[in-house]
Design a protein around this ligand. Structure first.
Ligand code: BGN
Length: 348
């Protein structure tokens, strides 16, 4: 009895296999599976290709925009006479909301031509009135040449329309040292303030393009967080304590809280730490309306987050007085005044 049962099961299995081999569904399944494997392979290959293409593009644009030096621009002299009459509070040149052009397919020569009134190092001053604020744009940077090209082309006309006097500082860190946004912003602040008596310092990520020129790039009595509504976050503020992206502080406000912490290497946390500093000194962060403070974020791969950022943040207020712009030691490896921005590379 048992023996016949076993033979029956065996027979069933064999007949199942036989049926499977002649079934069109089986072959269809095989084809689908093969296509699936092939698709994974091709996508992976394309991603690698994409990476290579991006590196080539970055190189090309680096050469394109870092090719021109002071010979191609007029020197900036702070003591040049300027009109006595102050610019109006609201500039007559504002155009309101306009989605930024994010293409990098334009000629840098044309950009240089268009903004030839900008002085060496990216300094600009309106010619027909005295700007109400002198603003330094401080931009931490590493290897994002495509973004830099788009950003510089976008930000000059934006700031000009606001009738500001401004300087643009791109600050880069020794390749051997891990990227550190807070530290770079501290250095950029120290260097820009040595150079000129700015009223306002704007900490600006290179991948954020302001969409509305009623988003005034100036400081107020309170520290300002400006990139309130970013397209990547569906134009909504992700959390109330956010101080990253674009923010503005006066020299006094920065010195009062000892600038940013220098300890946050890698991505994340340095802006939250700054928010804590402001809170510690009872300084409220001011924000403009969401429909004005809109930004387009340029696409990029997410940098690896710093795994120590939570610990650093929780112990941050203990270090506040020793860790910041005061007593920060660094060396400038390279400084060049390009026609549309000042570039500095520093080491520690
Ligand atoms: C937050 C980051 C910020 C960053 C925003 C961008 C942290 C917490 C560290 C203690 N904060 O999550 O640094 O600017 O995202 O949306 O990672």
């Amino acid at each position: 009895m048992e023996l016949s049962n076993i033979t029956l099961t065996k027979r069933k299995k064999i007949s199942f296999c036989k049926r499977l081999l002649v079934s069109p569904r089986f072959y269809f399944g095989c084809v689908v599976f093969q296509v699936f494997i092939l698709a994974i392979f091709v996508t992976k290959k394309n991603t690698n290709n994409g990476d290579v293409m991006l590196v080539i593009k970055e190189r090309k644009i680096q050469e394109e925009i870092f090719n021109n030096t002071v010979e191609n621009c007029l020197l900036f002299n702070t003591s040049e006479p300027q009109p006595k009459i102050e610019c109006p509070i609201i500039s007559p040149y504002l155009i309101g909301h306009k989605k930024p052009d994010i293409s990098d397919e334009f000629s840098w020569e044309d950009t240089l031509q268009k903004y030839s009134s900008v002085r060496c190092g990216g300094h600009f001053r309106p010619s027909n009135c005295k700007a109400r604020q002198k603003v330094a744009l401080l931009i931490p940077f590493r290897n994002r040449y495509v973004h830099l090209k788009i950003f510089i082309n976008h930000i000059h006309p934006f700031l000009m329309r606001q009738q500001l006097e401004y300087g643009i500082y791109i600050i880069d860190l020794d390749d051997e040292i891990q990227f550190n946004r807070g530290l770079l912003l501290n250095v950029a602040f120290l260097e820009a303030s040595k150079e000129y008596d700015y009223d306002c310092y704007i900490f600006h990520d290179v991948d954020l393009l302001p969409e509305n020129d009623y988003n005034f790039y100036r400081c107020s009595d309170l520290p300002r967080h400006m990139s309130v509504a970013v397209d990547k976050h569906n134009y909504k503020l992700p959390y109330v304590e956010l101080f990253g992206g674009v923010s503005a502080m006066t020299k006094d406000q920065i010195l009062f809280v000892n600038g940013f912490s220098n300890k946050y290497s890698g991505w994340g946390g340095e802006d939250d730490d700054m928010y804590n500093r402001l809170e510690f000194y009872h300084m409220t962060v001011f924000r403009s309306m969401e429909d004005i403070s809109r930004y387009t974020m340029l696409k990029h791969a997410q940098s690896p987050p710093n795994p120590n950022r939570f610990k650093l943040k929780s112990t941050g207020m203990k270090r506040l007085r020793q860790d910041g712009v005061k007593n920060l030691k660094y060396k400038i490896m390279k400084r060049t005044d390009y026609p549309l921005f000042t570039y500095m590379k520093i080491t520690l």
